[in-house]
Design a protein around this ligand. Structure first.
Ligand code: FA5
Length: 383
């Protein structure tokens, strides 16, 4: 039986004969009233229809003639049996109070205006959501932007250097960061008693194992693995017992280069490294080779480039010298070739090693190496 049908009958016709029956009947009416009002309050009504909809609801419930409350009054209260009248009267009064929410003024206040938007579906039909406008996704807004990471400046420079040598026909080799003392020192012609060992002293894992101090041990590993001829570069992390300051980090990156073949001369080394420096720092850059010492190369040298900041005129970066030292290099020591299983009578080679972090500092004019390792997004997002 619908609510309209129920309020059209007397309590006796509805079979309600006691207070409990009366109570549940009135509860049903209140629930029905709320069920009609609540969706409008939460979802709103398009502005153009709001007044009309609210008025229709008000009239349905509160109209003097034919409104549901009037019918309750007529058929349930006025025509109730004498013994039920007090209880029906009490529930009716409560219902009257409850139904004040259906007054037009109150409805217009509680029911919000809905901005009706026509949405066209795939079939080209227009439809309107039943979902309140403020809960619907606004499809015209741009999507969520997930912050994209960027390539770390050290990685960027590493790749740039790799690309230059890959273009020259070199290939990439890698080796372990936790290295044996033998590969890190002995096979590179740095015996335990050699004073040069102190320069590269490092973090020992145990007596025979170190965190490698340079990428040079990969030279030996690659010679052993691949033999000659060999044209390789070896990038990776290195570790030293260095206190952190603006140019030193206990962990840093190097890239090593090695060419082994018949008839390799110092001229090949000079030509290749000059080409590399011009590719990396710019065509205007000049290179300067000066003597140095590394136990694993003979002769050994240092490569400097004309200062890219002052065009070799002298500035704070080049310490007024006009030159910046950028790598160590030399002809591979015959003893090292021998340790790598390559015949030094037949083959010769050159090698170089450079600090990638310092190259990144030069490239991007960064004055503190620590910035690379602090993971500060404000710094990193600039690259
Ligand atoms: C070497 O490590 C040699 N193995 C390089 C080499 C290879 C020479 C092959 C000849 C032939 P050196 O100790 O100078 O060399 O280090 C090379 C570069 O590593 C330095 O020029 C510097 O750029 C970088 N470097 C060294 N220590 C640190 C550190 N603590 N923090 C940042 N960079 C460093």
């Amino acid at each position: 039986m619908t609510l309209e049908e129920k309020v059209g009958k007397t309590l006796a016709e509805l079979g309600v004969t006691d207070a409990q029956g009366v109570e549940s009947l009135f509860a049903e009416v209140r629930a029905a009233m709320e069920a009609e009002r609540q969706p409008l309050v939460s979802q709103g009504v398009p502005e153009g229809d709001r007044e009309k909809t609210c008025k229709a609801l008000r009239d349905r419930w509160l109209a003097r003639k034919g409104g549901l409350i009037s019918l309750v009054d007529e058929n349930w209260l006025k025509r109730s049996p004498k013994e039920l009248k007090p209880v029906v009267g009490r529930h009716f009064n409560e219902l009257r109070q409850f139904s004040s929410r259906m007054e037009l003024e109150r409805l217009l206040k509680d029911v919000p205006a809905q901005q009706r938007r026509a949405v066209e579906d795939d079939a080209g039909q227009h439809w309107q959501d039943a979902v309140p406008i403020d809960l619907r996704p606004d499809l015209t807004l741009p999507g969520y932007r997930r912050p994209l990471g960027s390539i770390h400046p050290v990685t960027r420079v590493m790749r740039e250097i790799e690309d230059i040598f890959l273009g020259l026909g070199f290939s990439i080799e890698t080796g372990p960061e936790v290295e044996t003392v033998s590969y890190n020192f002995d096979k590179l012609n740095i015996p335990e008693t050699h004073p040069a060992r102190d320069d590269w002293d490092t973090l020992y894992v145990d007596e025979q194992t170190v965190l490698r101090t340079h990428t040079s041990p990969v030279q030996i590993r690659a010679m052993e693995k691949r033999g000659a001829p060999l044209y390789i570069i070896m990038p990776g992390k290195c570790y030293r017992h260095d206190n952190p300051d603006s140019t030193h980090s206990p962990m840093f990156h190097q890239i090593e280069g090695l060419a082994v073949d018949t008839d390799i001369t110092f001229a090949d080394l000079k030509g290749t490294l000059d080409f590399f420096a011009k590719k990396f720092f710019g065509e205007k850059v000049r290179t300067r080779f000066s003597p140095s010492f590394f136990p694993f190369t003979e002769p050994s040298g240092e490569v400097s480039i004309s200062c890219v900041f002052c065009d070799a005129k002298g500035c704070r970066v080049c310490k007024e010298s006009g030159w910046i030292e950028v790598m160590g290099c030399g002809m591979v020591h015959p003893e090292v070739l021998h340790h790598g299983g390559i015949d030094p009578e037949k083959y010769s080679g050159w090698a170089f090693g450079l600090g990638i972090d310092r190259y990144a500092m030069l490239k991007y004019d960064i004055n503190d190496i620590q910035l690379f390792f602090q993971s500060d997004v404000r710094f990193l997002e600039q690259f």
